[in-house]
Write a protein that binds this ligand. Structure first.
Ligand code: MLT
Length: 310
């Protein structure tokens, strides 16, 4: 009977699926790297979210490991070359949390447009600063989406529903898909020049890393607002800070940071920054979806050799 270790907090539904499929499952969360290395040799499968770091040392100790399943999209916490060299399949669940992450981006856009977190803190503090918080409407504004795949296209639909003009930069977006979505496909420079709100929805790759750096921020419209619920390294935080301090960028809503967990950050404490701790996928629905999907996919592989989303 194959044996799976769940080493991050996953919906209990995943445990049930493994059991129903005849797979033995242990749940051990919060292991440090030495503890994981000590026990990983017992397992055929490892189910994770983002906390567990699957390093070359973990892979080296994983004598029986056949599959790592990431309940979520990014596999940044898995050393892919080391896993591949050992013939270990790494799979993710690319669709289960798309709606949830898109909704977080929209929530962040409104938080930014209307200073909701700042006004909330001020009101709780008994200040009643009614005249301090003057927002902007999103209706008729241009929403620039960088990366119009699973999540970006849901954001596009929501933006259109909010009566925004939606433009998108994505080299993989076909003209037909753009037309179906009702978005205008543009080049990056055009998007930077026209957007009132810019939202990022690309994975972190060598091509996308630092896409919002000083040079590109300088091409944006004065007063632009930026939302990032994708990956921290897409924005150069020092350059964003400088662009906010100069008054060029009106503000940014960030769910992700160059270094995570972000206990400190050069942007923290700035009035124009709305920050959440990588909550993009954190809804009951999304966590249930990704847990179920990863458990089914891993079971299919361990029992029948069927590979999905690797
Ligand atoms: C993902 O890659 O699925 C998201 O960033 C969410 C997460 O890591 O929890």
């Amino acid at each position: 009977m194959p044996k799976v270790l769940i080493s991050d907090k996953l919906s209990p539904a995943a445990v049930q699926i493994f059991k129903d499929r005849g797979i033995e499952v242990d749940v051990k969360t919060g292991l440090d790297k030495d503890e994981l290395i000590k026990i990983i040799g017992d397992y055929d499968g490892l189910a994770i979210r983002s906390n567990t770091k699957v390093t070359p040392a973990v892979i080296e100790a994983a004598k029986n490991l056949k599959v790592v399943g990431r309940a979520g999209i990014g596999v940044d916490n898995v050393d892919l070359p080391a896993a591949t060299a050992k013939g270990i399949i790494v799979m993710n669940t690319p669709f289960g949390n798309s709606i949830t992450t898109a909704e977080h981006a929209i929530a962040m856009m409104f938080a930014l447009a209307r200073d909701i977190p700042q006004a909330n803190a001020s009101t709780h503090a008994g200040k009643w600063e009614k005249s301090k918080f003057m927002g902007v409407e999103v209706t008729a504004k241009t929403l620039g989406i960088i990366g119009c795949g699973n999540i970006g296209s849901i954001v596009a639909e929501r933006g259109i529903g909010l009566k925004m003009k939606v433009i998108a930069f994505d080299p993989f977006l076909t003209a037909e898909r753009a037309a179906d979505l009702g978005v205008e496909k543009v080049e990056l420079d055009e998007l930077l020049k026209r957007a009132d709100f810019i939202t990022l929805h690309t994975p972190m790759t060598p091509q996308t890393k630092n896409v919002l750096n000083a040079a590109n921020l300088a091409k944006t419209k004065k007063g632009v607002r930026i939302i990032n619920c994708a990956r921290g390294g897409l924005i150069v935080e020092a350059d964003l800070k400088a662009a906010i301090e100069s008054g060029h960028v009106a503000g940014a809503a960030l769910d992700v940071f160059e270094e995570e967990p972000a206990k400190t950050n050069i942007l923290f404490g700035m009035e124009q920054i709305v920050a959440t701790p990588h909550l993009g996928a954190s809804t009951n629905e999304a966590q249930e979806n990704v847990a179920l999907q990863v458990a089914e996919q891993m079971s299919d592989y361990l029992l029948d050799g069927a590979i999905t989303n690797s």
